[in-house]
Every structure is written in structure tokens, then in C-alpha cells.
Design a protein around this ligand. Structure first.
Ligand SMILES: O=C(O)c1ccccc1N[C@@H]1O[C@H](COP(=O)(O)O)[C@@H](O)[C@H]1O
Length: 223
């Protein structure tokens, strides 16, 4: 059975990491974007990182950071993956020598037609995954969704990297999103929170249950 991977993003508390892992998270996202209410200092991020057990990935999310700051984050936190959520070039994403997710804000200028979106994605052929978020003021974590049909051409590309769906996902919607898009992974922040940076253990558990139900439905379809 193919398993949809789950990334929960924007942690600020150890107890929430424990709850995410218990719910079945594959990845824990730590935010380093100063304008975000979920932004961590290096010291706090290093503490939270230590809480993450083996075989669960740590993802460091940044927005248009300079090279020096990226080096500091990599050294302090030792993330398994970087998540570039700004306007970074493929060269800038590769410079740290770490596997990375490239986020695309669907509908943003230059990403507002299926062809333009696909072209931008293909420039990141070396990314470990292509992540799709909505276009909103600020760079992300807005809780807003987008028209998933915009991803049809990207998903069909023979050169597509693993597709990570994000943007306004929550318990009541995630199964429909999975049925329509069939991504490799989902990423959610606002939809499993009680307030920015404060995760809700029940919402994370229910979200993961919905993802597993989708996986079971998909497995039944193929037998
Ligand atoms: O989480 C943040 O604060 C954040 C800040 C800046 C860029 C991205 C951010 N989070 C990412 O945004 C998407 C969508 O989140 P949501 O579920 O709609 O709240 C997701 O990929 C987060 O990793």
C-alpha cells in the first residue's frame, strides 16, 4: 500500500512534537521566517530538534534568507531537509548541499498559469520535492487553499518531483484534496492549530487518520 507522507509544520513546543510523532508524522517543520508567529531562534530550534526521534525528518523552513544565515541554521539545527518558501533560485537552493523542498505559491505573479507553474517547477529538477501552497500576502502559513486543478499539468509531467500539497488543509478537507491531487505528501500548519504555533493534538491525530483512510481507499481501488 502506498503511504501518503505527512509533514506538520510550525512547532514551538516539545509536547506538540511528541503529539505529532504519536499521530504518525513523517516530518516536523521548524520555521525561520522572522515575520511568522511560528519563527524560532536558533537556540530554541536546536532544543526542539533534539526532541525529534529517529526516522522522523526535520525540515527547516526559510524565506529568502542569505547564505550566511542558512549556514547558521544548518549548523545549529542539522535539518534533514531545507524548505525554501520564498523566491530563491535553483542555484541558491542547491548551495547548502542539503536536500530541499521548493515551495511554489500557486497563482502568484509568474506562477499564475499551468504552463508558467510547470516551467518554474522544472527549473528545480534537483529538488527532493515540489511543494504547492496558496498565494497570499506574506509567504505562507496562511491557512488558505487554492484551486487544486492548477496542478494537473505538473502532476502529469514525466519529470515531476514528489508532489507535496499544502495550503489550507484541515481535517474536513484533506481526504477530498488527496482524492483529487494524489500527492506524495501533505504539509499542514494552520489546520492543526488552536492558534499560530500552538498545535492541537486531537487535530493532528484526526488529520493523520483521514490521510490513512485515503491510503486504504486508494489501496482498495488498485486491487
Ligand atoms: O508556517 C509559517 O508560518 C510559514 C511562514 C512562511 C512561509 C511558509 C509557512 N508555512 C508553510 O505554509 C504552508 C501552508 O500552511 P497552512 O497549512 O496553510 O497554514 C505549509 O507548507 C507550511 O509549511
Amino acid at each position: 500500500m502506498s503511504r501518503t507522507r505527512i509533514k506538520f509544520c510550525g512547532f514551538t513546543r516539545e509536547a506538540d512534537i511528541d503529539a505529532a510523532v504519536a499521530a504518525g508524522a513523517d516530518a516536523i517543520g521548524l520555521v525561520f521566517y522572522p515575520a511568522s508567529k511560528r519563527c524560532l531562534t536558533l537556540e530554541r530550534a536546536a532544543e526542539l530538534r533534539r526532541r525529534v526521534p529517529a526516522f522522523v525528518s526535520v525540515v527547516a523552513l526559510t524565506v529568502n534568507e542569505d547564505e550566511g544565515r542558512l549556514r547558521e541554521i544548518a549548523a545549529a539545527v542539522r535539518p534533514d531537509l531545507l524548505q525554501f518558501h520564498g523566491d530563491e533560485s535553483p542555484e541558491a537552493c542547491l548551495r547548502q548541499g542539503l536536500p530541499y523542498l521548493r515551495a511554489f505559491r500557486v497563482g502568484a505573479p509568474g506562477l499564475d498559469t499551468p504552463d508558467a507553474l510547470l516551467e518554474s517547477c522544472l527549473a528545480h529538477e534537483l529538488a527532493a520535492g515540489w511543494l504547492f501552497d496558496s498565494h497570499s500576502t506574506g509567504y505562507g502559513g496562511s491557512g488558505r487553499s487554492f484551486d487544486w486543478s492548477s496542478l494537473t499539468a505538473v502532476a502529469r509531467s514525466e519529470n515531476a518531483r514528489p508532489l507535496v500539497l499544502s495550503g489550507g488543509l484541515h481535517v474536513a478537507r484533506v481526504r477530498q484534496a488527496l482524492a483529487e491531487v494524489r500527492p506524495y505528501a501533505v504539509d499542514v500548519s494552520s489546520g492543526v492549530e488552536s492558534e499560530p504555533g500552538i498545535k492541537d493534538a486531537g487535530k493532528m491525530r484526526q488529520f493523520a487518520e483521514q490521510v490513512r483512510r485515503h491510503d486504504e481507499d486508494a489501496a482498495r481501488e488498485t486491487t
